[in-house]
Design a protein around this ligand. Sequence first.
Ligand code: ADP
Ligand code: MG
Length: 684
Amino acid sequence: MAGAKPSYHLADPLTSLPGVGPALAQRMQGLGLEKIEDLLFYLPIRFQDRRQLFPIASLRPGMEAAVLGEIIALQRQQGRREQWLLQLRDASAARLTLRFFHLAPSQRQQWHAGRRLWCFGELRSGLHGLEMVHPEWQLADRADFHLPTHLTPFYASTEGLHQQQWRRFIALALALLPELADPLQGLLPDWPNLASSIRHLHQAAGAAPTPQDREWQRLALDELLAHHLALRRERARAAKQSLAVAIPDPRLWEQLRARLPFTPTAAQERVIAEAVADLARSQPMRRLLQGDVGSGKTLVAAAILLHAVAAGMQVAIMAPTEILAAQLQDRLSTWFAPLGLRVGLLLGSQGARQRRETLAAVQTNDIQVLCGTQALFQDEVTFFRLGLVIIDEQHRFGVDQRRRLLEKGALPHLLVMTATPIPRTLAMTLHADLDLSSIDALPPGRQAIETLVLADSRREELIRRLHRLLAEGRQIYWVCPLIEESEVLELQAAEASYAELQQALPGVAIGLLHGRQRSEEKSQIMEAFRSGALRLLVATTVIEVGVDVPNASVMVIEHAERLGLAQLHQLRGRVGRGTAASMCILLYRAPLSAKARERLRIMRASQDGFVIARKDLEMRGPGEFLGIRQSGERQLRIADFLRDEALLALLPRLAETLERDNPVAVEVLIRRWLGAASGYASIG
Ligand code: ADP
Ligand code: MG
């Protein structure tokens, strides 16, 4: 075998590897692995140290240990279930039993007394003393046996794939490392190279690798760079496209502004101007609008889209939920009807007739502004002249969805709006395909929200207090958040609280809003709450983002200890929008974990979205960054935005160099880390 060159290469499909048939390959595909090269980047999730041999006499129950001994006997144990017991003895003269169920004859036929066997497993005390159940084993008197020289890796697996198979396949891939292209070759003189980094991370010779190791950092850098390059490519693609220039026309906006009961803030005016300047160019706008909860993004969107509509474009606005889409349509219709514009609504749950009418009106430009959810993506939606797409509360949408919507029009302008503030270096990497505008001040006269943290045991006291607040004419949200990711349980919790409040507050008009209701029902309930007919609204987290009822000035959040900071901040942002002093009561159930206690403390101490987002970043574990994990958007495999923040600063220079000198390396990186399926790796 030595010296014989394998007949397969890193670029070949997994089935080229000896031992991988179509069925196995398919399973591995489920884990995102297609080519042999992909195995190199499939890093172990943990390691075990099996390099040391333990004398049998030193073993204790609960230990995991490697043992080398001589086979004394193999017995079949009679019983309901077939079992095999192998007795092992080593130099310490003590004995160990290895217990096997279902043992292939080909295996046990090798186990003659006197042969030497190495095994590794967890020890437990059995009837005959210490034993291991189904340990990993190898015959130690064979020529190809050697004790492990490095830590033993474990890989995230799937049914029907053993760790030994993983190790074998990955060892075969590692043998091909000299073939591996290093896209950053020569650019990082002080860093370990790619091949040795990969080897280190699979076959650590010293301690188990950690994210602080230079080798790990090297891979994290490659991964972050790949994402950064993909986004830059998107931007470059947009910049190459040229639109028929339509001069944005301020007249409709000026009419609306004259009618508003308030004056737009300087911050709003500034970001409106930034986006309107984009609309005047022949390259499509790609802009991210950041503004804290309640900063007035809707009005900004209205201003921008009126400039576009006045210039003859149609506009699509996408919201993450049906309630929000309906509310948006409602608000925009009120603003735009006097201007002679029609705002349509398209939801997945609508009846066929209504849909048909809306679709026809969109096609003929009788509807100039169309609000909706993902339903806007569907192929049957044809615009007369889609010129601008606005995505509200962007963190709920993935990049892929962004792309699909853009494919609808002749390369329209794009504005994405988010309340999730992120640090600037991060924004530059994560949203390298977008320009950034920030609304950095809230409208004047906003009330500070008094935030109370209250144990659930004081519920009755709280309800008595709500009773007084209701008597003062206040409206109240009562939010029952997600319980263990289950919509059904969440609904049950909301129904229970609804019943409880109805009983405790007789004569108060209480509504119940949840995700299972039909959208008309939801809109009716929201409308009744907005109009004041309902005084208290019990809701699941369907109201999390964007709902706007200025007279509602009190919010109770049940099980606040289960929610993340970003979510709590979004929820709390539903109050403090009117003129009344506002209050948010965070109900928790003891015992509180240290992290939950810290989150509630932060919520009480701060109302600033940037501060809260920063804390959120710091408190979350690796890989969990607000808005990214939540949305299922581009997940990182090895890097972590917070932990590896220092690497972000390296990206722009590296990206520029590669784009200029080595387009092949750019392609390699994007394919390697984002995969062909991402849609990024297509020809630029
Ligand atoms: P968000 O940025 O969270 O989407 P909204 O657009 O829902 O915020 O705005 C929150 C509330 O502030 C709305 O009731 C809106 O009408 C109001 N608002 C927006 N701009 C101003 C302003 N310049 N002055 C006063 N109120 C404003
Ligand atoms: Mg909003």
